[in-house]
Design a protein around this ligand. Structure first.
Ligand code: GRF
Length: 222
């Protein structure tokens, strides 16, 4: 993806199914004058998605593309691509989008399609993530922004944030702490991509010019 220098902003599409708090973090980021991306379109696959209200409140274009109105996944995904292309979207951000996307769609948007997942991938793919993290006794969890590949929650990792798991955590408390980090790393990942600092090399991502924090985390510390 070409750098978006000289004032041009990368145009992103955001796909949602529900609450849309990650969408909100992207909306908030794009309000900053120096943020190198703008939201061209928010698509929900259900008219009741609360994120649609967030988009409307921010004056962002919205479209409902109801998957139940299409005879096949392929037809639904063609409608998604047409809407994204028609609004000039160059990067697609999945933000709590609860439909699996098939290979043709993923291939059409190869290296231009990213997702946020509330774990440190490749650990804890899928749903009920925080329940499983706690049941497993993991001491750390976190969240991941990654390029999408055909397998679920798979693909080159752009940014991760680490969150400690405490003995008295329940899934809701842990989810809330992870969500705070999600709202930091999704706008960060989009910014890095918009600045053309992200290069996909096979299964990996290389980031140009990233400062290093050489610290180790230990939990518990005593
Ligand atoms: C987030 O936890 C995200 O990581 C996952 O789905 C949830 C969406 O939340 N993919 P929201 O709709 O952005 O509030």
């Amino acid at each position: 993806m070409a750098a978006v220098g000289s004032g041009r902003r990368l145009r992103i599409g955001v796909l949602i199914s529900g609450r849309g708090s990650n969408l909100q973090s992207l909306i908030d980021a794009t309000k900053q004058a120096d943020y190198p991306a703008e939201i061209g379109l928010v698509i929900a696959n259900t008219a009741g998605a609360y994120g649609l209200e967030r988009a409307r409140a921010a004056g962002v274009a919205t479209q409902v593309i109801d998957h139940t109105a299409y005879a096949s996944r392929g037809a639904f995904e063609t409608a998604l691509s047409e809407a994204l292309n028609a609004s000039g979207c160059e990067l697609v951000c999945l933000a709590g989008f609860m439909r699996l996307l098939t290979e043709p769609f993923v291939e059409a948007w190869w290296d231009r399609l990213i997702n946020i997942h509330p774990s440190l991938l490749p650990a804890f793919r899928g749903l009920q993530v925080h329940e499983r993290v706690i049941a497993y006794g993991a001491r750390f969890t976190g969240c991941t922004v990654h390029f999408v590949r055909p397998a679920m929650d798979d693909g080159p990792i752009v940014v991760q944030a680490v969150v400690p798991v405490f003995d008295d955590d329940d899934p809701d408390r842990l989810a809330a702490r992870v969500l705070i980090e999600e709202h930091r790393i999704y706008p960060l990942a989009v910014r890095l991509i918009a600045e053309a600092r992200v290069r996909v090399e096979g299964a990996r991502v290389r980031i140009a010019g990233a400062p290093r924090d050489d610290v180790s985390l230990i939990n518990p510390r005593a």
